[in-house]
Ligand binder design. Structure first.
Ligand code: AKG
Ligand code: FE2
Length: 326
């Protein structure tokens, strides 16, 4: 008999509640588990993150409702320019694989994006949010969710610091004025049978420091590249997937890995289903200088990369994903 068991990727599940309320010893233990995961695969699945189930459900519902509106309505909150991650972005507008130098196949995903609410719209990264008029509670739900994810990001950064043998507050100065962006990815039902070898979201690595992903997972969804194979990321109810991006890999002088991932097409029987995921892309302050963390460089050795600002790194990646489309 043929086995129907699909192997999932080897990604640790970590309860991070102790990072908020545990003893110093327990916090260090969690930091060390995060370090192990980030060295080996750059992905972890977190539970005990403290975000209220009802808020997650409300965020899911209001976002699904928005994506369900006609394009002509969604277009009223359209992204103002390709490099500005705000507002609605229609499907097939960009190619994430292109941001990594891969194929320019356009992603079959529509997006909505928002940043910090307190920004005034005066700088390269300082954009005002663009909110749709419907659904009614869209804006307040997104703002509450953004605030909740900011808190999870801060807790994780403390765990990251401990895992790197640093003071728990190490990332505070570079991240207090962060410019993180909350995206929703709406994967529409297939409009035609997918071309062989194609995927819904192309293979890419994330740009920034860390990503915290909610997903309403369906068969053949998020996959990571591990040991030469594409393997599904374990789907654990109530969890978030956390992965590091290229900036964090660079910051740690490649002690941690930023791993390729993609979203596969569903099986034929589910081609008519939508899929939703909501990544929070944490990004340090735009002018923060990202130079190799001292504990990640062997004594006497030169760091692998020159310093770069967080903003410069982000702009380079975004431009490539928007322009290199086929
Ligand atoms: O939809 C997903 O599960 C993953 C999305 C993703 O990798 C991204 O938006 O960078
Ligand atoms: Fe990603």
């Amino acid at each position: 008999m043929q086995s129907t068991v699909t192997q999932t990727a080897d990604i640790p599940v970590i309860d991070i509640s102790s990072l908020r309320e545990g003893s110093a010893r327990r916090r260090l233990e969690i930091g060390q588990r995060i370090d192990e995961a980030n060295r080996r695969v750059g992905f972890l699945v977190i539970v005990g993150h403290g975000v209220d189930d009802d808020l997650i459900a409300a965020m899911h519902d209001v976002t699904e409702e928005f994506f369900g509106l006609p394009d002509s309505v969604k277009d009223r909150s359209r992204q103002p320019a390709p490099e500005i991650s705000r507002g609605f972005i229609p499907a097939r507008a960009r190619s994430l694989a292109a941001s990594d130098g891969g194929s320019g196949e356009r992603d079959y995903v529509e997006y909505f994006a928002a940043g910090r609410s307190e920004l005034s719209g005066t700088g390269v990264f300082d954009h005002r949010n663009i909110w749709p008029h419907a659904p009614n509670d869209f804006r307040s739900t997104w703002q509450n969710y953004y605030t909740a994810l900011e808190a999870v990001g801060n807790v994780l950064l403390r765990g990251f610091a401990l895992g790197l043998d640093l003071d728990e507050e190490y990332f505070h100065s570079t991240c207090a004025d962060h410019c993180s962006v909350l995206f929703a990815n709406g994967y529409p039902p297939a409009d035609a049978p997918p071309a062989p070898g194609s995927v819904r979201l192309g293979a890419h690595t994330d740009y920034g420091s860390l990503t915290i992903l909610y997903r309403d997972e369906r068969p053949s969804g998020l996959q990571v590249r591990q040991n030469g194979a594409w393997l599904p990321v374990p789907d654990i109810p109530g969890s978030f997937v956390v992965n590091i991006g290229d900036l964090m890999a660079r910051w740690t002088n490649d002690r941690w890995v930023s791993t390729l991932h993609r979203v596969a097409h569903p099986p034929v029987a589910s081609l008519g289903e939508r899929r939703l995921s909501i990544p929070y892309f944490h990004q340090p302050a735009p002018d923060a200088e990202i130079a190799a963390i001292p504990t990640c460089v062997t004594d006497g050795a030169a760091p692998k990369y020159p310093p770069i600002t967080s903003g410069q790194n982000y702009l380079e990646k975004t431009r490539r994903s928007m322009t290199a489309v086929s």
